[in-house]
Design a protein around this ligand. Sequence first.
Ligand code: UDP
Ligand code: MG
Length: 348
Amino acid sequence: MSRKPSPVPAARPVYSFVIPLFNEEAVLPILLHRMDRLLEKLDGPAEVIFVDDGSKDTCGIVAAGRAKDDPRYRYIALSRNFGHQIAITAGMDAAVGDAVIIMDADLQDPPEVCLDLIDRWKDGYEIVYAQRLSRKGETALKLWTAKMFYRALRKLTAVDIPQNVGDFRLVDRRALDAFRAMPERDRFVRGMFGWMGFRQTAVPFHRLARAAGETKYGWKKMLRLALDGIVGFSDLPLRVALWMGVAVSFAALGYGAFVLALALFGSGTGLASGWASMIVVLSLIGGMNLIMTGVVGLYVGRIHNEVKQRPLYVVGRTEGFQHAAAVPEVGITGRGRIPVTDRRKIAS
Ligand code: UDP
Ligand code: MG
């Protein structure tokens, strides 16, 4: 970290990079080096915003140090781990550039691809997303579950959510303003950008393996993201619950009529021997009931989350914003004003 800081950019940044960090100490030195090289190639002033999502390792110290020394870098530490989707939202709230690029810290999204994203932005596209042609370093199971999830999502939702696309993308200021007007708590960012329309295009790229460290997206976080995607963008599960209930009720009515007919006109015997089938039918209906209650519960849980009206995130501390030409409105998304413990520092 002995490099000399470059001169303070007098102009407001044209490009803002938003990079979430969660225990990324292994990869951060390589990332900083690659970002330095990328920034030199850009045709306008840029800022790099690191959002520390409650890291427990030393990556926050390194990132904050860089933000202190180098006017192109900024550091926001959230007060705890809020999750990747919230972390990038916090970064986008603080970004002041005309074009905002969201990318992962682990260099699976190669910084050089950003130059292609910028080219397409200059062609007039408001949202330029990077589309994965291949994915290295992922288990076969992850690739398969991801494929199945996106296929299901496509069938379930009316929103156009492109295939093989993560959150690596460039967003124009206009699209970013639209995004910031969406205050939902359970966020599926790629779906939110799909929803808003605008002129969108893809830049294909080969997704590499992680440069260092391990994935921070465990199965729990992945499942939560998948549920947020489906529940946030489709009410089909609720309608399926309704129609399954209707179908089962009709089947029960039909069977009731059959039993009645048997009792009245048939031999009337043999019914008592149906104990095993009765247990099967009862437990099947019981199970279905529980599943459907759970489905409804997912939606009710989201309503609960919204009515609490809590802020999306809480900022613990910031570094490097004193160099910014414009004061970023850190922590404000949609309706909620977020308590920033050190607002004076940001405004200075
Ligand atoms: N990340 C985060 N908060 C989390 C989990 C992940 O900010 O709770 C960040 C992480 O540091 C990385 C990005 O999100 O910059 C993507 O995470 P990761 O590379 O572990 O996910 P994967 O590529 O394995 O799906
Ligand atoms: Mg990764």
